[in-house]
Design a protein around this ligand. Structure first.
Ligand SMILES: *Cc1c(COP(=O)(O)O)cnc(C)c1O
Length: 370
């Protein structure tokens, strides 16, 4: 048995195999079936707000389909939060569109409303109104949903809400994933619940959901033969994997409670040290997918990370901003230094819901040695 302490590893609840067995015993081994429908229904009930859910093969696929449904195409511009995982931005390039990166605010570490408005106005002045805004609830902390929504309405630009890391997070009781014109979830192996690989697109109405599923199932026209008048994708979730998802949704609340307990444990036990934590603004509820600390300096961050690594403890620097990534460097950016600073001094700590108190204790022990 490995004694390695992981950043965020899969954590099965126990009922997943029951639904996987159902898929086998009924021979629904396909990217459709009863588990897919039931998984969508459970997620719909959980999120509320009269949303419609399309279960997909990944969160990346969900972002891609949202862009396609919004009509983003070659030559268009799409604003994207720079401080994120590359999967938020890659689908913009799949469409041949241009990403425009916008920096973060200190309050949530997510897209800065001020920089966003500067960016929108500047892009319009340069002759192109952005087609969409991709905002991200990074590490489970909601972005400023009120201000971003207001800008979206003011300039009439739809928002794709990347909630891949924020299932269970909320603002004033409303769940993340329900604020945008589209919401996106990921059920990859490292997320708060997992189907091993999977995702979901949250839509505002049935017609949009049907359009997304049409595109996700190879865009077959109504005909006895295979007839196509649009480019299609193979993006639907497998009925076997949806079975895992059904079991995982049953334990979601436990997973959220434990991740939040991890955060509180770190905060409480590191309080005599010089580390900073991101506090939730009033009314904001974070699922605390990963607990992150800000260290006093880049050198200190690296010393800690390397030392943890030698002890078999996985930690990771915060996301490297997209505007500093080799593949994205050449695109327009509106920056204020926040995300670069966070990347320089920030570290994600082991945060899995299956992390034991002993394991948390050994991480804390190392950190308090600095
Ligand atoms: C994980 C993640 C994605 C992509 O989800 P996949 O299911 O891995 O494709 C997108 N955005 C963010 C912020 C993520 O963390």
């Amino acid at each position: 048995m490995s004694t390695k302490i992981w950043l965020s590893s899969p954590h099965m609840g126990g009922e997943e195999l029951k639904y996987v067995h159902e898929a086998f015993s009924t021979n629904w081994i396909a990217p459709l079936g009863p588990n897919v429908n039931a998984f969508e229904d459970s997620l719909q009930t959980y999120l509320g707000e009269n949303k419609e859910i399309a279960a997909l093969s990944s969160g990346t696929a969900a972002i891609h389909l949202a862009l396609i449904v919004l009509g983003v195409t070659s030559g268009d511009e799409v604003i994207c939060q720079s401080f994120t995982f590359s999967a938020s931005a890659n689908p913009i390039l799949y469409q041949g569109a241009t990403p425009v990166f916008v920096d973060s605010e200190l309050e949530t570490w997510n897209i800065c409303p001020k920089q966003l408005e500067i960016a929108i106005n500047d892009r319009i002045k340069k002759g192109k109104k952005p087609k969409a805004i991709i905002a991200v609830h990074l590490y489970g902390m909601p972005y400023n949903v009120t201000k971003i929504k207001a800008l979206s309405v003011k300039y009439d630009i739809p928002v794709i809400e990347d909630s891949a890391e924020a299932l269970g997070s909320a603002v004033n009781g409303q769940k993340c994933g329900t604020f945008g014109d589209f919401g996106v979830f990921s059920f990859n192996g490292n997320k708060i619940i997992t189907t091993s690989g999977g995702g979901a697109l949250v839509c505002n109405d049935v017609a949009t959901k049907q359009q997304a599923i049409f595109l996700a199932t190879q865009a077959r026209d109504e005909a006895p033969h295979y007839q196509h008048s649009k480019i299609g994708y193979n993006y639907r979730l497998s009925n076997v994997l949806a079975g895992i998802g059904r079991g995982q949704l049953e334990v979601l609340q436990d997973r959220i409670d434990k991740r939040r307990a991890n955060f509180n444990y770190y905060k409480e036990n590191l309080k005599d040290n010089n580390f900073q934590f991101l506090e939730a603004p009033e009314g904001y509820f974070s699922n605390r997918w990963l607990t992150c600390i800000l260290t006093p300096s880049f050198e200190m961050r690296e010393k800690i990370r390397v030392h943890l690594h030698t002890l078999g403890i996985e930690s990771r620097p915060l996301w490297k901003p997209m505007h500093t990534q080799p593949i994205f460097m050449k695109y327009p950016r509106y920056v204020n230094g926040v995300s670069e600073k966070l990347f320089e001094i920030g570290l994600c700590l082991p945060s899995g819901s299956n992390t034991t108190e002993n394991e948390l204790d050994s991480v804390v022990g190392v950190l308090n040695g600095f």
